[in-house]
Design a protein around this ligand. Structure first.
Ligand SMILES: NC(=O)c1ccc[n+]([C@@H]2O[C@H](COP(=O)([O-])OP(=O)(O)OC[C@H]3O[C@@H](n4cnc5c(N)ncnc54)[C@H](OP(=O)(O)O)[C@@H]3O)[C@@H](O)[C@H]2O)c1
Length: 310
């Protein structure tokens, strides 16, 4: 699969991918180890994580026998902010660089659920977790960029962002909840975040991009809501997870994208996202709210001036 893409070697590169135990995330992790990377897999369930790690490690052994230490499994529920903070702390303790961060984990929920932080779960997992984790590992990304000239942040968004806007009056979906709005809003938030991040990281060597991987047959369609039930009827038409991982790997390792930042890709093509994704005021407002909702606002002064901040 990746043979038809001209991807660079990731020997000596440290990559992190969330949601690495299934679907697009697992196949992306396999692609990254095939390219020689050391992959930090972030998974929420220890057993599912260990099973996937064994599978990915076996791929690494076959493709790159010298890459014996190809994977590192970290367990964290990304919907629980304390766990994301702990993850960030342990990563900063154990690693001195991060070349590629892939914010991939995501949910699409038929009914409104709340996290232990009292946040609607789609917003929490799909937007706030990438926002928080990116901030927490940014010093490692900047360190990698300082050494090699670049580091990449990739967030897996979706064409489902089209037709939605950020509902600032009811961001937490307390007044009304709809799966399509909540999921679409979170995927629009991924793009607004990427645009704002790219602006803030200009001239640091750290780039930020996001991608719609195609419509892919994964467990994201396993819900019991009407849309998922209908969507499941057609999964035979969808891309395989391996095909879905292709665009993520392209963003992670294509030499064509060296220094390219702030772009939205539909599969392998840079395209314009919806007009709402270019709303700089909305991006700034969402950024500020996200700082507050993740507890980062206490550090905002330092975060906006200090060495580790975007
Ligand atoms: N499939 C598509 O057609 C499609 C299209 C556009 C965009 N996407 C995006 O692609 C990304 C990957 O989704 P997928 O299609 O590969 O679905 P998937 O197979 O369901 O993978 C989602 C991954 O996210 C993890 N995850 C969910 N909630 C988590 C949490 N609270 N903490 C940690 N990990 C969590 C899941 O872990 P568990 O196994 O423990 O649940 C799983 O590993 C998502 O961001 C999705 O929005 C998918």
């Amino acid at each position: 699969m990746t043979d038809r893409l001209d991807l660079k070697s990731l020997d000596n590169a440290v990559c992190l991918i969330t949601g690495a135990n299934s679907g697009i995330g697992k196949e992306t992790a396999k692609g990254l180890v095939r390219l020689g990377a050391h992959v930090i897999m972030v998974c929420r369930h220890p057993e599912r994580g260990r099973d996937a790690q064994a599978e990915i490690q076996a791929v690494a052994q076959t493709a790159q026998p010298s890459n014996a230490d190809a994977t590192d499994l970290r367990i964290a529920d990304l919907g629980v902010q304390d766990e994301v903070y702990r993850l960030g702390e342990s990563l900063r303790a154990d690693y001195d660089r991060l070349d590629v961060l892939v914010n991939n984990a995501g949910v699409m929920l038929g009914n409104r659920e709340e996290t232990t932080d009292d946040i609607e779960a789609t917003l929490a997992v799909n937007h706030l977790a990438p926002f928080l984790l990116t901030h927490l590992v940014l010093p490692l990304l900047k360190e990698a960029a300082g050494r090699t000239g670049e580091a990449r942040i990739i967030t897996v968004s979706s064409e489902a962002h089209r037709g939605t806007s950020i509902d600032f009056d009811d961001l937490n979906a307390e007044d009304s909840y709809g799966m399509v709005q909540a999921y679409g809003q979170s995927k629009l938030a991924n793009i607004l975040f990427t645009h704002e991040l790219a602006r803030r990281l200009r001239n640091t060597g750290v780039t930020a991009s996001c991608v719609h991987p195609g419509v892919v047959a994964t467990s994201i369609w396993d819900g019991q809501d009407w849309l998922s039930r209908i969507a499941r009827l057609f999964t035979w038409l969808y891309k395989s997870p391996e095909e879905g991982s292709e665009s993520v790997l392209y963003l992670a390792a294509s030499p064509d994208l060296d220094g390219v930042t702030g772009q939205y890709y539909r599969e392998l093509d840079a395209v314009n996202p919806s007009p709402e994704a270019y709303d700089e005021k909305a991006a700034a407002r969402l950024w500020r709210l996200s700082l507050e909702m993740t507890g980062l606002e206490d550090d905002v002064e330092q975060a906006e001036r200090g060495p580790g901040s975007p």
